[in-house]
Design a protein around this ligand. Structure first.
Ligand SMILES: Cc1cc2nc3c(=O)[nH]c(=O)nc-3n(C[C@H](O)[C@H](O)[C@H](O)COP(=O)(O)OP(=O)(O)OC[C@H]3O[C@@H](n4cnc5c(N)ncnc54)[C@H](O)[C@@H]3O)c2cc1C
Length: 516
C-alpha cells in the first residue's frame, strides 16, 4: 500500500510492528523480506518516486577536512535511494577484511566471512547477479582467453567482480512493495527525530515532518534506520532533545570512523609479451557486462607488508592518455546527464557507458598498454567523522558536516601495492609497471584531489563492546532495545570492494534476525 504523507492530517499517529526509515538498497531489501507476512511494516521514505531538487537539497551539507563530493550529489534522496544512479559493480569482502589486523587500528568485525556467505548468495538474487562464484578459475572455464595474469603467483591474485544490470531498486521493486498488503509505504515522509522512552532504553516513535508544515509520528515495536551512512549518523545526532549528544551516542561514537574507498589512477602497465599474455579477463564491457577481474595482493602478502587491502583495475588504454579519477570523471555533470537519460526514455548508450567507451584503446594489434586504477580501503579513523552543522535544512534539521580524513597508512599501502605488483610483473617478465609520481614522493604527500568511490561507510560501526561500536553484531544500537541500523554505516572496516553487495547481505541477515 502506498500513501503520500503530505495528504495525512496533521498530528496523525501511524502504528506498525516494524518501522523502516529510508527506502533505498537496505530499506527495500528488508521490507521485501516481510512482504505478505502478518507483520504490519511501515516504510517511511523522505522523497517521492522521482528526483526533486527541493527534497535533494535536504542532503546538502558542509565539507571540512579533505575536499569531497558535494553531499547533495553523493547520494540520492527519493524512493530507491542511491541505487537510482549506482553503477552495479559488485564483489565480496575477503576473509581477511573481517579479521583483526594488528597493523590496522580499530580493525576486526564481530562476524566472519563464513557468517555472511549464505546472505551473499541471497543478495545475488536481489541484485540480479550471476552465480555466487568469485574464483577466477570459475569464470575461466567458459572462455580460455580469460586467463588470470600471474595465475600461480603467491604475491598477486585476481579479484573477481560481477555486474548488476544495475538493479534500480526504485523501479524494480516498486510494484511489489506497493501491492504488498502489509507493507505501508509513505512517501514524502521525512523523519526528523527518533524519540526514545523516558529511560532512554528503547525507541517509542519517530517524528515526521513535511514541507507543508505538517507533523506526524510513527510508532512500532522495532525501528530500523536505513537512510545511508551520512544521513543515519545525522539523524541520530540530531535526535538530541532527550539525549544531549544524540541518541545511541553515549560513547561519542556516532558519526566517527567515516570511510571511503580510494579510487584513483595510480600506475600504468605495459605487457612484455602482449601476444601471449593478452587476456580478456580484466576487460570492462559496459555496465551490466560479464564478470571481470582486478589485480590484488594475496592475504599473506598484505600481512607480511602490514598494508591495507586494495585492488587495481586494468583498463586498456594508450600511452599518454589523460586518465581521470572517479572524482573528476563521474562528477555532478555526469550524474545530471545520467538522470536526463533515465528520464528521457534511455535513448542511446548511458552517459557513463559512453564515457567508458571514449577511453577504449585506439591502437591496432594486441593490446599492450593498460592504466591501473586503485581501489583501496582506508583505515578506520575516529577523527574522520560526520557531525552537525550550525546551518539547518528546510525542515529545521541541522545539516551534516563531513570531516573526511586520511592517514599515512592509507597512502603507504597504495604505494606498497604498486611496488609489489611491479616487482612481480618484472620478476616473471609479464610486464612493467610505472608508478605515478604522487605515490613515490618521500613525504607521502597526496595529490590536490583524493578521489573516493561515492561509498560512505562506518558512521555507526559494529562492535560487541559499546565503548568501541555503535551497534552490536545484530546491527542493534547498543543501549536501545529496539533500534537497528541497516546499511554500510555499520562496517568496522571498508574492505577493498564496493559496498552494496555486502550491505544487502547484511540487510538480509538483519531481516532474518528480526524474523527470529
Ligand atoms: C555515482 C555512484 C555510483 C555508485 N556505484 C556503486 C557501485 O558500482 N557498486 C556499489 O556497490 N555501490 C555503488 N554506489 C553506492 C551505492 O549506491 C550505495 O552503497 C547504496 O545505494 C547504499 O544503500 P542504502 O540503502 O544504505 O542507501 P540509499 O540507497 O541511499 O537509500 C537511503 C534511502 O533513505 C532515504 N532517506 C534518507 N534520509 C531520510 C529521512 N530522514 N527520512 C526518510 N527517508 C530518508 C533516502 O531518500 C533513500 O531512499 C554508488 C554510488 C554513487 C553515488
Amino acid at each position: 500500500m502506498h500513501t503520500d504523507a503530505r495528504t495525512l492530517d496533521n498530528g496523525t499517529v501511524l502504528e506498525g510492528d516494524l518501522c523502516i526509515v529510508g527506502a533505498g538498497a537496505s530499506g527495500i531489501t528488508i521490507a521485501r523480506e516481510f512482504a505478505n507476512t502478518l507483520l504490519k511494516v511501515l516504510l517511511l521514505e523522505g522523497g517521492g518516486f522521482e528526483f526533486e531538487q527541493k527534497l535533494q537539497d535536504l542532503y546538502r551539507g558542509e565539507i571540512v577536512g579533505q575536499p569531497y563530493f558535494p553531499l547533495q550529489a553523493a547520494a540520492l534522496h527519493y524512493f530507491g535511494g542511491t541505487t537510482n544512479h549506482w553503477a552495479g559493480f559488485c564483489s565480496t569482502f575477503d576473509p581477511i577484511d573481517f579479521e583483526k589486523r594488528d597493523w590496522v587500528p580499530h580493525s576486526g568485525w564481530p562476524i566472519t566471512r563464513n557468517d555472511l556467505d549464505p546472505f551473499y548468495a541471497r543478495a545475488h538474487q536481489v541484485l540480479e547477479l550471476g552465480p555466487y562464484k568469485y574464483d577466477a578459475a570459475d569464470w575461466k572455464q567458459n572462455d580460455p582467453e580469460r586467463v588470470p595474469l600471474l595465475g600461480d603467483s603467491r604475491v598477486v591474485s585476481t579479484k573477481m567482480w560481477q555486474f548488476s544490470p544495475p538493479t534500480r531498486f526504485g523501479t524494480k521493486y516498486r510494484d511489489e512493495i506497493v501491492k504488498s498488503p502489509n507493507i505501508h509505504l509513505y512517501t514524502y515522509a521525512n523523519v526528523v527525530e527518533v524519540e526514545a522512552n523516558e529511560g532512554l532504553s528503547a525507541v517509542q516513535s519517530v517524528r515526521i515532518r513535511t514541507f507543508e508544515g505538517k507533523e506526524y509520528r510513527a510508532r512500532a515495536k522495532r525501528f530500523i534506520l536505513c537512510c545511508h551512512s551520512i544521513q543515519n549518523a545525522r539523524l541520530l545526532l540530531a535526535s538530541n532533545r532527550q539525549a544531549k549528544t544524540g541518541l545511541g551516542n553515549s560513547n561519542d561514537l556516532v558519526g566517527r570512523y567515516f570511510m571511503e574507498h580510494f579510487e584513483m589512477p595510480a600506475g600504468e602497465l605495459a605487457l612484455a609479451k602482449p601476444e601471449s599474455t593478452g587476456t580478456k579477463l580484466y576487460a570492462m564491457n559496459g555496465l551490466g557486462g560479464p564478470p571481470r577481474g582486478e589485480l590484488a595482493l594475496t592475504a599473506a602478502v598484505q600481512k607480511e607488508n602490514r598494508i591495507l587491502h586494495g585492488t587495481a583495475s586494468v583498463e586498456a588504454g594508450n600511452y599518454g592518455d589523460e586518465v581521470k579519477s572517479t572524482f573528476q570523471f563521474i562528477d555532478t555533470v555526469m550524474m545530471n546527464a545520467q538522470r536526463a537519460w533515465l528520464k528521457g526514455g534511455k535513448k542511446g548508450p548511458p552517459p557513463i557507458a559512453k564515457a567508458l567507451a571514449a577511453t577504449a584503446p585506439r591502437t591496432q594489434g594486441p593490446q599492450r598498454f593498460y592504466h591501473l586504477t586503485t581501489r583501496q580501503e582506508q583505515a578506520p579513523n575516529p577523527d574522520s567523522r560526520v557531525t552537525l552543522s550550525t546551518e539547518r535544512d528546510a525542515l529545521g534539521v541541522p545539516r551534516a558536516r563531513l570531516d573526511w580524513r586520511v592517514t599515512e597508512l592509507d597512502k603507504r599501502s597504495i604505494r606498497t601495492f604498486y611496488q609489489l605488483l611491479g616487482r612481480e610483473m618484472g620478476r616473471t617478465d609479464t610486464g612493467r609497471v610505472q608508478i605515478r609520481d604522487w605515490l613515490l614522493s618521500d613525504d607521502l604527500t597526496w595529490p590536490s584531489f583524493i578521489s573516493g568511490g561515492w561509498h560512505h561507510m562506518g558512521t555507526a560501526r559494529m562492535h560487541t563492546d559499546p565503548k568501541q561500536g555503535v551497534v552490536d553484531s545484530d546491527c542493534r544500537v547498543h543501549g536501545l532495545a529496539n533500534l537497528y541500523i541497516g546499511g554500510a554505516a555499520v562496517y568496522p572496516t571498508a574492505g577493498a570492494v564496493n559496498p552494496t553487495l555486502t550491505l544487502v547481505a547484511l540487510s538480509l541477515r538483519l531481516a532474518d534476525h528480526l524474523k527470529g
